[in-house]
Design a protein around this ligand. Sequence first.
Ligand SMILES: *Cc1c(COP(=O)(O)O)cnc(C)c1O
Length: 506
Amino acid sequence: MTDLLVCESSGECQLKESLKSSGHSESGAATLDPGDWSSFRMLAHATLDDCIDYIASVRERPVWQPVPGEVLATLRGPVPYRPTALPALVEEIRDKIMPFATGNVHPRFFGWVHGAGTVAGILAELMAATMNSNCGGRDHAAIYVERQVIEWCREIFGFPAGGSGVLTVGTSMAAVIAVATARVSRLGAAVRADGHTGTGSRLVGYSSAEGHVSLRKAFELVGIGNAQLRAIPTLPDHSMCLERLAAAIRADRAAGLEPFLIIGTAGTVNTGAFDRLDAIADLAQHECLWFHVDGAFGAWAKIAGHPWQDLVRGIERADSLAFDFHKWISVPYDAGCVLIRDAHRHRAAFAERPDYLATGARGLAAGDPWPCDYGIDLSRGFRALKAWITLRHYGLAQLGRVIAKNCRSAVYLGKLVEESEQFELAAPVSLNICCFCLKGARTIGSDDAVITQLAEEIQLSGIAAPSTTRIGARLCVRVAILNHRTTDNDVEMLFKSACEILRDLN
Ligand SMILES: *Cc1c(COP(=O)(O)O)cnc(C)c1O
């Protein structure tokens, strides 16, 4: 066979040559299993030890460091036609890739909204990769594990029996599934066939101006367009102004448009603010609109006890809820989830089984319904296992204690900010995020350069890794605390370095 390869490029010639020289041209000789299981076993054990050391010694390393030029050079190379021995590759990963990670396993990583991962998650990933299950459907254990995880979440967030869900890459894809379900729910199955042009729909939806960018993308992807997602102004506590929301719905109806969806946020990305979910649920009910909640990380306040759990009141009344496992409950990337109140509506938006995906009454093709009936992905990995092991091993009580601890650390940082001479709070601390800016009223934009440089210098120091955002008109340092390893002492170290670096900048 390989002799028939025509060399159209030098790469193909190399391929042909290496196929010959490695003796793989004989049919049946090619497999990807190791020739020698015992040396693979030794390598695998040593690799696991390296991984455990990496986590156990995380505090001894800088939070983040840029990838050095010489490492970047070794990470570039030609298409690998020829094999490389596994020990060499494992060493390369350990020495050239792992030291230059994002840093979110480190207790002083405070940027964006990044989860920390756990050791239980490492084991689940290893075992899931071993099984290599395809969780699009069919009748096998992984599907039952995913159903169990969804069932637990349904109960945790107070959704009724008869609700459904599916694990996703993250909250962004969960939002796409929720918006698509809301759309089919409003327009009927015809929209799946005819699209928006065919149905002549004039749908509009609403979220707060603090809503996540993924919501806009969801509107783009389902063909409604992000201009039809109204950004409702917020109150001083950064929650959506419900009077403005009601007014926008009235105005859109008067203009002949068709409001169909209100999105409440449980924990905004900028400040961790909560929309008043209960009141939004009332309004959505009154207006006959779908009520979706973006609870990416904030939904988990539900398990953190008083007073945090009170913030999510009303979440159980949502028609759909999107949240992540990979943020605040530390499941390794990536794992999110969407719950839909009414499984029939959920299926109506996605189920479609051509002959090659027919369900059987018995055998491997049984086990209806399949996850592919609830979303877009057909081939899907066994994400549920790492969520399952996390929920079971740590238990909700311990996961909730970590969340409450993070919230208290944010309050503590808020106190340090308020007591300082250089900084002031840019927004109230409502959950686990503390945003601070330079003290004193300044003209708009005048602080931008200093704040940008300050955040960069802190990151480059290796001591901590905050990010930045704009609150109102002012750029600020944003510290989001989601890491189960983070202590008040870590928060103090971050703040001390911010004060010192600012002093040096001035
Ligand atoms: C992170 C986040 C998202 C997006 O979730 P991904 O898991 O990153 O796709 C949406 N909304 C909020 C509030 C978030 O914090």
